[in-house]
Ligand binder design. Structure first.
Ligand SMILES: Nc1nc2c(c(=O)[nH]1)N[C@H]1C(S)=C(S)[C@@H](COP(=O)(O)O)O[C@H]1N2
Ligand SMILES: [Mo]
Length: 309
């Protein structure tokens, strides 16, 4: 990747403004009531990354360097392999478990319940020690949870990804993985205002390789918590099993909070490689809770983060 492929923030902002006022808006409006809302969610200035050492990642890199193991273990695999997958419309999400509004919902219905979408620029840090800064469009998970009315006995929220082997080729190639991809959060984490369901990226509908049509984004945790292409949300009183924890429990815990002081058994987490397309990527210091310490540390008061990694 050359430096030219990196979109400086102001160019991206210009483009966003242009899209906002152009005929594209009218074209998108014809595709269904919910689409303009999700694509053009207004930037929320309260969630910006104002740090010159962490510029916005180029859209090209964020949509071509992916972890989506159902397609491929290679970073550049998913973006091509997704072509054969037609995202089902309407997309449905089963809401089940310890919750009053148990039902299989159309994505449009969930979006209606959660209210208008907005755009937030978040830091995103993979457990493999690379990181990006990208604008997600979506809604606060807490807003949806409030409408779904979990029972007081619910302690966790479990998420499951789509797992049709005809859509996701690597499921057939690696049948010994505990598919479907699963993840989970405590109720307090899921209700934290930073936890987001994303339906868009860079002002466009979420690309398939980034987890279309909806994914979780939990910016203070390692990227693997941000599960893609969600088909099921379950409220439960048991700590949910997660794919990575089942595969390698000593390496990938349930909490997975970004923490420069707790190394992965096989590598340091003190620094990270900026996804900038350079042959020698910029290395920066990793921030506790990925820079969201002020916002989230109270969730973990008194908890030994080395033990609950
Ligand atoms: N279903 C599913 N969700 C997933 C993954 C995956 O392989 N399958 N990879 C995770 C990991 S390890 C990371 S770092 C992020 C990557 O998201 P991105 O490709 O949009 O950057 O997705 C997470 N969500
Ligand atoms: Mo990751």
């Amino acid at each position: 990747m050359s430096k030219l492929e990196v979109t400086p923030e102001h160019i991206y902002q210009e483009r966003r403004r242009f899209i906002g006022h152009s005929s594209l808006w009218i074209a998108a409006a014809g595709l269904g009531g919910w689409l303009p809302q999700q694509v053009f969610g207004k930037p929320n200035p309260a969630y910006a990354v104002d740090d010159p050492s962490r510029p916005l990642t180029s859209e090209k890199l964020a949509t071509s360097y992916n972890n989506f193991y159902e397609f491929s273990l290679e970073k550049d695999g998913p973006k091509d392999l997704v072509d054969k997958w037609t995202v089902k419309s309407p997309w449905t999400v089963e809401v089940t478990g310890l919750v009053e509004q148990k039902k299989t919902y159309k994505l449009e219905e969930l979006m209606e319940m959660a209210g208008p979408t907005e755009e937030r620029v978040y830091r995103f840090r993979c457990v493999e020690a690379w990181s990006m800064v990208v604008p997600w469009t979506g809604f606060e998970l807490s807003k949806l949870i409030a409408k779904l009315k979990p029972k007081s006995t619910a302690k966790y929220v479990a998420f499951t990804s789509h797992a049709n082997p005809n859509d996701f080729p690597n499921i057939k190639k690696m049948p010994y993985y505990p598919w479907p991809y699963t993840e989970g959060l405590t109720m307090a984490e899921a209700q934290h205002p930073l936890a987001m369901i994303a339906t868009g990226l860079y002002g466009k509908p979420l690309p398939k390789q980034n987890g279309a049509p909806l994914r979780l984004v939990v910016p203070w945790k390692y990227g693997f918590k941000s599960i893609k292409s969600i088909v099921k949300i379950e409220f439960t009183d048991q700590e949910p099993k997660t794919l990575w924890n089942q595969l390698a429990p000593k390496e990938y815990g349930f909490y997975a909070n970004v923490n420069p002081e707790v190394d992965h058994p096989r590598w340091s987490q003190a620094t990270e490689r900026v996804l900038d397309g350079k042959i020698f990527p910029t290395r920066i210091k990793t921030l506790k809770f990925n820079g969201y310490e002020k916002e989230v540390s109270s969730l973990y008061a008194g908890i030994d983060l080395k033990k609950f990694y």
